[in-house]
Ligand binder design. Structure first.
Ligand SMILES: Nc1nc2c(ncn2[C@@H]2O[C@H](COP(=O)(O)OP(=O)(O)O)[C@@H](O)[C@H]2O)c(=O)[nH]1
Ligand SMILES: [Mg+2]
Length: 219
């Protein structure tokens, strides 16, 4: 299927409880929940534009550090871009990303310089007293790894769409964008795809029904 070969795969890593699922759900569904429901592994899909065609943005929300090593390696091997999430309220969660980053570098080899990677300090809405990692410390860590950096809040929706858009902007091998505007009319192939009429599909248990194409649009 052409849609499948056109997948653009983003993998979200980070310790349990840092807000990986919250960021993905905020982006895909526009929702947020206070309760913590541990994830097994879910993949969400959203239609995006790629080289003036449509393709599928596939976001894999991983379980965190307890992911089976073989699954972790597979996610890395298949991934086109990576989001490494820690909580600004937990220095430990930043430290837990290091082995994952090292594994990504090891498995991608030379290719790593071409791969979009964003280090993300989530929960930036939390009060100053709860903070354990400052913005500049996060920035410095990202700089030493040679990756990009952003602070987000899935709770207040701060920098969430920007995170995904920035990540796609970093892709140099193809032109990927959340924007579908303008491309739809020019590309008659869109009508041939069954998936596209739904806007998005998910193979994870939580699903993404209800996601509309409007969610793909950024201002
Ligand atoms: N204050 C705050 N809490 C958040 C934020 N993102 C997630 N949480 C909370 O942190 C907990 C863990 O979130 P979850 O997305 O399940 O973490 P995951 O294990 O990394 O997928 C939940 O109770 C969320 O409500 C955020 O941006 N700000
Ligand atoms: Mg989760």
């Amino acid at each position: 299927m052409p849609e499948q070969s056109n997948d653009y795969r983003v993998v979200v890593f980070g310790a349990g409880g840092v807000g990986k699922s919250s960021l993905v759900l905020r982006f895909i569904k526009g929702t947020f929940r206070e309760s913590y429901i541990p994830t097994i592994e879910d993949t969400y899909r959203q239609v995006i534009s790629c080289n003036k065609n449509i393709c599928t943005l596939q976001i894999t929300d991983t379980t965190g550090s307890h992911q089976f090593p073989a699954m972790q390696r597979l996610s890395i091997t298949k991934g086109h871009a990576f989001i490494l999430v820690y909580s600004v309220c937990s220095r430990q969660s930043l430290e837990e990303l290091r082995p994952i980053w090292n594994l990504i570098k090891e498995l991608k080899g030379q290719e790593i310089t071409q791969i979009p990677v964003m280090l993300v300090g989530n929960k930036c809405d939390e009060s100053a007293e709860l903070r354990e990692v400052t913005n500049s410390e996060g920035q410095a860590e990202a700089a030493s790894w040679g990756v990009s950096f952003m602070e987000t809040s899935a709770k207040t929706n701060h920098n969430v769409t920007e995170l995904f858009q920035e990540l796609l902007n970093m892709e140099k091998n193809r032109s990927v964008s959340l924007q579908l505007d303008g491309k739809k009319k020019k590309n008659p192939k869109i009508k041939k795809s069954k998936d596209i009429t739904n806007g998005s599909v998910a193979d994870g248990g939580e699903g993404t029904s209800g996601t509309t194409k409007e969610k793909c649009h950024v201002m």
